[in-house]
Structure formats: C-alpha cells, structure tokens
Write a new protein. Structure first.
Length: 114
C-alpha cells in the first residue's frame, strides 16, 4: 500500500449549503478543534466535540450539521491509499445530493512524485 496525500487544509464549517449531504472521491480525515456540532455518515448522526476525528471513505454519503451561529474549524486531509501514480485526491470532487452519485476518473492536475 502506498498512501498519497493530495490536500491538507484548514477549513471552517459554517452551516452553508455546500455542507449538506454529499460524497467525495478520496479518503478523508477531519479533525475538529471545537464543538458542538453533528456529522451525518451513512444516515447516522454523530456528535462533533473538541478533538473529534472523523474518517471517510470515497463514495461514503456524509453531511455536516453545524449551526451558522457557531462555526467549527477543522483540519482536513484528503488522500489515496492504493494508487500513487494517478491519485484522485489531486482532483477532489464532491457530488451533492440529489445529484447522481457517479465519478469519472480524470487525470491528475499535477503528476504524482515518483
């Protein structure tokens, strides 16, 4: 197994519409620095508190339920586990419900290191 990290970024979840139900095309870790909030994964809601770490697989339906009056900061890592020659995590895609949940494999924007 050869992991490949495509993106590492801080992010503030603020309850906006882009945080509703969706799927992504890469593996992801989300480390929240504060709470409270909720994250829905596969239709089940889980609490978000300070230091909550969430792992998501590609294609896993998820949503963030955050109060706009109390935004939550996180550190996000998007990565591939199997393919470091053509990683999808260089080209993050999110499909929001009710759109059709289907990804097309596209060449990376930047070639992966050898």
């Amino acid at each position: 197994m050869t992991p490949y990290v495509g993106a590492i970024m801080p992010y503030v979840y603020d309850g906006s519409s882009n945080e509703h139900l969706r799927v992504g095309n890469a593996y992801a870790f989300h480390l929240f620095t504060d709470g409270p909030g909720e994250m829905e994964i596969d239709g089940i809601r889980y609490p978000i508190e300070r230091r909550t770490l969430v792992f998501l697989r590609p294609g896993q339906p998820h949503a963030f339920h955050i109060m706009p009056s109390h935004p939550l900061s996180s550190y996000n890592i998007y990565f591939d586990l199997w393919d470091n020659r053509s990683p999808v995590s260089n080209n993050l895609l999110f499909i929001h419900a009710p759109e059709v949940l289907q990804f097309e494999k596209k060449p990376p924007k930047h070639p992966a290191p050898s």
